[in-house]
Design a binder for this molecule. Structure first.
Ligand SMILES: *Cc1c(COP(=O)(O)O)cnc(C)c1O
Length: 456
């Protein structure tokens, strides 16, 4: 069959908020033209993030009913631990309330001021947790990732030449651990190849530097490896995932992504001394090590979700959905980051709005236009999020002006995406009408969440 269908049918429905253009115009102005400030009830198709926004399966809901809420040593913890160990092989496993809690414990216990942590690209919470304890988070993305319009594979790879030079220059002792983020969220959801991970591990091992996987989208990454990498086509996703983890000495995970759950995460490692320190801090800030800030029912949902994320049918459908949107936008001449990533389509707002400069915040103009036209919510990843206002009031723009349309897992169907395509098509036809935006007010940090804008 040519058509890849959703490998599930729908047992429960949730009404989509339907709004009029007049209502959206009014809500947009009331939200100061910042889509983070909208009520979700005013959004028809919400592509703001794929984090914690997925739909759980009947098997997950059934497992939740079996949640054992005992404080210590619960059955649900045993089930969670057994599943995470089956996939990752790690000796020590700690549940956390989200991915960033795992990052915080890792950074606080392993780093001292001025220590360096290389990564293909740090996610913003990873960077913030490293910098919070005085560390230096260094991005070493592959040179392949520079051209956003090229269809090269594995643009999420780490630049191993740059890693070798960094170790040479700074010395291994300045690098308590190295990270790899798979898929590379900050880099457009692009995957990391098994070959790149193997070579990174060999290089790091020669210098005694441990490797920690930021595993948030490990299953989506495993699917890319199976589809693209030589000699991997016949391997089950679980097998590929096991090899990815076996190359690492530890992992941080947000179960809100490939855990197919609405909350949760974990931290894992093999080293007993690391584990001792993780455990002590975990008890202080997350909870007892057999629940780590989660309810027993959450542990159950995650245990089922992690295995569902590794089902071939599910990943084939998920990647087909992203490809469906991407290929139709490419056919209509809409500029996007290529190839399509695992969890999102990134529109090139600068290419979309050639009449606007970075100082006009074209990404804001584009997300606002998509909302006004169809009630579709995306997120700006451009000069508002990554640019900076200097003390003299001038703006330093970001290197790219992107808009991310993230795909909640198992939530929207093909006709929803047809509607999104139509919305983008209509906005694209009238793109010259997208106005410039100014920032009227902004917070000193992470300004994108709360900034107030005005058109014109
Ligand atoms: C979401 C994410 C995190 C942080 O996880 P939270 O559960 O949101 O705290 C870390 N790294 C990557 C790559 C992510 O996508």
């Amino acid at each position: 069959m040519r058509t890849i269908i959703e490998p599930f049918r729908i047992k429960m429905t949730e009404a989509l908020p339907m709004t009029t253009r007049a209502r959206r115009a009014e809500r947009l102005a009331a939200a100061h033209y910042n889509l983070f400030l909208l009520d979700a009830d005013d959004v028809t198709i919400d592509l703001l993030t794929d984090s914690g926004t997925g739909a759980m399966s009947d098997r997950q809901w059934a497992a939740m009913m079996q949640g054992d809420e005992s404080y210590a040593g619960s059955r649900s913890w045993r089930r969670f631990e057994a599943t995470v160990r089956d996939i990752t092989g790690f000796t020590h496993i700690f549940p956390t309330h989200q991915g960033r809690a795992a990052e915080r414990i890792l950074a606080a216990t392993r780093l001292k001021p001025s220590d360096i942590v290389p990564n293909n690209s740090h996610f913003d919470t990873t960077r913030a947790n490293i910098e919070y304890v005085g560390g230096r988070a260094i991005d070493l993305p592959s040179p392949k990732s520079r051209d956003i319009h090229s269809d090269e594979r594995f643009k999420g790879d780490m630049d191993l030449g740059a890693l070798a030079r960094l170790i040479e220059r700074e010395g291994a002792r300045a690098i308590p651990f190295c990270m790899i983020t798979a898929t590379n969220n900050a880099g457009g959801g692009q995957p990391v190849s098994l070959r790149n991970m193997r070579e990174a591990k060999a290089l790091l091992a020669a210098h005694g530097i441990p490797l920690v996987l930021d595993a948030c989208r490990f299953a989506e990454n495993a699917y890319f490896i199976q589809q693209w990498e030589e000699g991997q086509a016949e391997r089950p996703l679980l097998d590929i995932a096991r090899e990815m983890f076996s190359l690492c000495d530890g992992a941080t995970m947000s179960a809100k992504k490939d855990g197919l759950a609405n909350i949760g995460g974990f931290l894992a490692c093999n080293d007993d001394r690391w584990a001792e320190e993780f455990r002590n801090l975990l008890i202080l800030t997350e909870g007892f090590p057999t629940y780590g800030g989660l309810a027993g029912r959450d542990l159950e949902a995650i245990a089922v979700g992690l295995m569902e994320a590794l089902e071939e049918e599910y990943q084939r459908y998920r990647h087909a959905t992203v490809d469906y949107l991407a290929s139709r936008l490419i056919a209509r001449g809409v500029p996007i980051v290529r190839p399509a990533g695992g969890h999102a389509v990134f529109l090139d707002a600068a290419g979309f709005c050639p009449h606007l400069s970075p100082a006009d915040f074209p990404g804001v103009g584009l997300v606002d236009a998509l909302y006004l036209e169809g009630g579709v919510r995306g997120v700006e990843l451009g000069s508002v999020m990554f640019g900076r206002r200097e003390t003299d009031g001038t703006e330093t723009p970001a290197p790219r002006e992107l808009v991310r349309l993230a795909f909640p897992r198992r939530v929207y169907t093909q006709s929803h995406f047809d509607y999104v395509i139509e919305t983008i098509e209509t906005v694209f036809a009238d793109r010259a009408a997208i106005p410039p935006y100014r920032i009227l007010w902004q917070a000193p940090f992470l300004r994108h969440f709360t900034a107030r804008f005005a058109p014109g």
